[in-house]
Design a protein around this ligand. Structure first.
Ligand SMILES: [Zn+2]
Length: 120
């Protein structure tokens, strides 16, 4: 399940504070409750595929690319001097002519979203 308005979510995710708790594990502030956090785990694969999990209801109900995962990925990118953009389709992402990643869906790899990375 892809988010309906990925650009709006990306904007929202920019406001969320993320911190690293372990290698590949981050805690991201909850949108609905600033006193709570969601735990995001991220796994990068060699072919540019990214697998991510989050403890929020959207992710648990098989949604991909929640604001917490976006915020966690952006947090990691910023530390490497990069910034990310998220795209619903491969065509949109390819048009950017940037380094490309693919955030996979749940069971199968379909229903994921595309990520481009550029120098910050
Ligand atoms: Zn989430």
């Amino acid at each position: 399940m892809k988010p309906k308005n990925i650009k709006r979510l990306q904007l929202q995710s920019k406001k969320l504070h993320a911190r690293r708790v372990d290698k590949g594990t981050l805690a991201v502030e909850s949108v609905s409750n600033p006193f709570a956090s969601h735990i995001v785990t991220i796994q990068f694969e060699a072919d540019g595929k990214v697998r991510a999990r989050c403890t929020c209801p959207w992710a648990i109900n098989r949604g991909v690319a929640c604001t917490h995962i976006m915020a966690a990925l952006e947090y990691l990118a910023v530390r490497k001097g990069r910034t990310l953009s998220f795209w619903a389709t491969e065509a949109e992402a390819r048009r950017q002519r940037r380094r490309l990643f693919y955030l996979t869906g749940h069971e199968d790899d379909a229903e994921g979203v595309w990520i481009t990375s550029r120098a910050a």
